[in-house]
Design a protein around this ligand. Structure first.
Ligand code: ARG
Length: 458
């Protein structure tokens, strides 16, 4: 048995797993308690990481995690890719809809749009249902809180969600109701492992023991029982007006993402600039293969979505190289590679715009290439393209929010976490939006001031 094991989860699923943001950044819940108990019994130290639900199986396959607990149901399809423990909790699916909409059984969903979580068994269930229930378009979203928001906004008519989860959301949103779908197949939860994981039996043994000793039932009561200790904000559910008061205790938690966002942006901007400069020199060089390479590079990185590049770098690197890279590093690498492609064009333009005579003068004075570029041409080029560089930094700052998709706890991610914990949506996002805006304003002023100074000094 290793001394330490990494568990991956998707902490958007109270009371199975969610963040307790008022008291730091801890992931708590039913699954976490079980995992802790197993860790204690088997004598390993438990580490927990967080990702979107559809990133869980890739995390196991890439060796980024040793096991996953996320209210995850063993399905035939998943069993092709991962192994499962025995079921530790049985659940049922429900139909969540606006109060009074009278959607009670699956047949009522004919002609209705139904929201589900991407990659979940509920998505499967909805697909199966569309075979019987005619005209039932489905919409798959990343987070349960997003699905609930869609129901509230009337953009989907109903959502298919597990009973225990539905209960919490309905308690926090009195305009919603839920109805259990009888005889749901495939809704229980089990622990998932990478294929051929050597300790499945040990985990199963502890689970059995927990069932026999009543430990498991105790946890079920603690998290799912009526006197439960869930994240449901007791009695303060308020739906019509925006209620920032509800997120107030979590604002420090969101603001702590500021450091991550700024650090990320600064590193990416710096490395991107360096890399972009190198690429631009390749582009204007006389050595054909270098020019060709830099152009091909730019066309690939400009020609594919940044979001896709992030996912590839983060998930593919461990699989290809055998080395794990932290999400933040994967993000900085991707942004450097991507931003370098854009900046190289800007810098190339800037260099070409510097009067040709300067180059000729330098050459005729016998100044070698390197000092000529570094001391004469590049400083002038950078001055010309300063507004474009400020633009690029602003873009980087805002695009940095994309790293939230691989689990970096930046500003946006933290806002989403608070939303999931409090079962609300707008308020944390609005707050994060305001913070981004203020940061961009500072950048804009900073860039402007710098420009003024360079202007004066010329
Ligand atoms: N039980 C469902 C499944 O296995 C949903 C689980 C979603 N879990 C989560 N942490 N969001 O697909």
């Amino acid at each position: 048995m290793p001394t330490q094991m990494q568990m991956v989860t998707s902490a958007d699923y109270p009371p199975y797993e969610f963040r307790d943001t008022a008291s730091g950044n801890k992931i708590i819940g039913f699954d976490v308690d079980i995992a802790n108990y197993i860790a204690k019994e088997l004598g390993f130290e438990l580490k927990i990481s967080d990702t979107d639900f559809n990133g869980i199986i890739p995390a196991l396959q890439s060796g980024r995690a040793d096991f996953a607990m996320a209210g995850m149901t063993p399905t035939a399809e998943r069993k092709k890719n991962v192994d499962f423990s025995g079921i530790y909790y049985e659940a049922k699916n429900t139909i969540v809809a606006k109060k009074g909409s009278n959607l009670i059984k699956p047949q009522d969903l004919a002609g209705k749009t139904v929201g589900v979580q991407l990659g979940s068994t509920q998505e499967e269930a909805a697909k199966t249902l569309t075979k019987e229930v005619k005209g039932m378009p489905t919409k798959s979203l990343n987070k349960t809180s997003e699905i609930i928001q869609e129901v509230k906004a009337g953009r989907v008519d109903a959502a298919i969600i597990e009973d225990t989860i539905a209960k919490g959301f309905v308690a926090a949103n009195p305009d919603l109701e839920f109805k259990t779908i009888p005889n749901t197949e495939e809704a229980g939860s089990a622990i998932a492992f990478p294929k051929d994981f050597p300790f499945v039996n040990d985990f199963n043994r502890v689970l059995e023991e927990m069932k026999e000793s009543g430990k498991l039932e105790g946890l079920v009561n603690k998290w799912f029982g009526d006197g439960k200790e869930t994240a449901t904000p007791a009695g303060e559910a308020n739906n019509s007006a925006l209620s920032f008061a509800r997120i107030a205790p979590s604002i420090p938690f969101i603001l702590r993402g500021l450091g991550t966002t700024l650090l990320f942006t600064a590193l990416s901007a710096l490395f991107g600039f360096i890399w972009g400069t190198i690429l631009s020199l390749f582009k204007i060089s006389n050595i054909k293969p270098l020019t060709w390479l830099a152009n091909a590079y730019t066309s690939v990185f400009r020609g594919t979505p940044l979001l896709l590049q992030i996912a590839l770098v983060y998930y593919a690197t461990p699989q290809l190289t055998g080395y794990d890279i932290p999400a933040l590093v994967a993000g900085v690498i991707t942004f450097t590679l991507n931003s370098g492609a854009y900046i190289s064009e800007t810098i190339r333009g800037g260099i070409l715009a510097v009067d040709k005579g300067q180059r000729e003068a330098a050459l005729s004075l016998g100044i070698p290439y390197k000092p000529m570029m570094l001391d004469i041409i590049l400083p002038q080029a950078v001055k010309n393209i300063l507004p474009a560089l400020v633009n690029e930094s602003i873009a980087l700052l805002k695009d940095s929010a994309l790293v939230s998709t691989i689990g970096v706890a930046d500003l946006l991610r933290r806002a989403q976490i608070v939303g999931a914990e409090k079962y609300i949506y707008f308020e944390p996002l609005l707050f994060a939006g305001a913070v981004y805006y203020v940061m961009v304003m500072f950048l804009t002023w900073g860039g402007y001031a710098l420009e003024q100074r360079l202007q004066r000094s010329s």
